[in-house]
Design a protein around this ligand. Structure first.
Ligand code: G3P
Ligand code: CA
Length: 291
């Protein structure tokens, strides 16, 4: 059992924790976690400052960030390995310099795709570097950071941890859970722990059918991860119960409709990724009112 999971177990079994969630794990006592997926990306262009600002304003607990790396080694917030989908240009990030990335417009696509949500100020928005994000939001935000395409960028993990250390967001003096690192790549997550074992890790899982998990798979996850994330349509009550009973946390992605949020909450998830943190916040508030 890793060090951080030990902290979670403490939260589970302390006698004063007698709420209905007493049998559940939590992050530093936080329940019902609201993760702004690429920021409040249902309201503003994903992975831009306005999207992150809205995520916080709409009561998102965490800003979710996907990482790619430029040819000259800068970590940037971008979901895709290419610039094609959100810039109108073509190319692989790994072949482009930061200067070339900074010349792109990452906002106009949103105005064209969602005219009812379009804003003049979205036009010309820049793709942010992780350094810029930490500089602007680091002192008063929590981050759920995903190492994307780690095979393409073998230096990504070390650069990420160096930057988090530089901004004093990880390390002994920090509250565990202010930065959580997630990945579909278990190798990438294990690499993170080889550098700093104190960082809580979430293993993202791909399913193409209703999710199932064996005791052996759970045991393997418990060696390094504090929890898992999976597409919400693959989740089901038996699967969620089995994971929760093991002490691992569960964060389905990407949940945008209130009915789905309510259902997953009833099934016992610990939080979820959403493009609409405002909707999820309302669902959480309605749950509290019903208690
Ligand atoms: O990180 C959770 C979720 O974002 C994984 O899917 O493709 O949106 O990064 P994706
Ligand atoms: Ca992601």
């Amino acid at each position: 059992m890793n060090r951080w999971l030990g902290t979670i177990a403490l939260v589970i079994f302390l006698p004063w924790n007698l709420s209905p969630q007493a049998a559940s794990s939590s992050i530093n006592g936080m329940e019902d976690i609201n993760i702004s997926h690429r920021g409040a990306s249902g309201h503003a262009p994903e992975h831009t400052f306005p999207s992150y600002e809205l995520g916080k304003a709409m009561n998102g607990d965490y800003i979710e960030i996907d990482l790619q790396m430029t040819r000259d080694g800068e970590l940037i917030a971008l979901h895709d390995e290419t610039i094609d989908r959100i810039t109108g240009k073509t190319g692989l990030v790994k072949n482009l310099t930061l200067e070339e990335i900074k010349g792109l417009d990452a906002g106009s696509w949103f105005n064209e795709a969602f005219p009812d949500k379009a804003k003049t100020e979205f036009k010309g928005l820049k793709i942010p570097t992780l350094r810029e994000i930490l500089e602007k939001f680091g002192s008063d935000s929590k981050f759920f950071i995903e190492t994307k395409s780690p095979d393409v960028y073998p230096e990504m993990e070390q650069k990420l941890i160096d930057l988090l250390n530089e901004y004093q967001l990880i390390g002994a003096e920090n509250k565990a859970g202010n930065v959580i690192i997630q990945s579909f790549s278990s190798a990438s997550l294990r690499k993170i722990h080889a550098i700093d074992e104190s960082i809580p890790l979430i293993q993202l899982l791909s399913y193409y059918a209703p999710a199932t998990i064996t005791d052996s798979e759970i045991g393997n996850l418990q060696e390094y991860a504090v929890g898992v994330g999976m597409h919400y349509t693959a989740a089901n009550p038996a699967y969620i119960k089995k994971i929760s009973d093991s002490g691992l946390l569960i964060f389905p992605y990407t949940v945008n409709e209130k009915e789905d949020m309510e259902m997953l909450l009833d099934w016992g998830v610990n939080g979820m990724f959403t493009n609409y943190p405002d909707r999820l916040y309302e669902v959480y508030r309605e749950k509290i009112k019903k208690r």
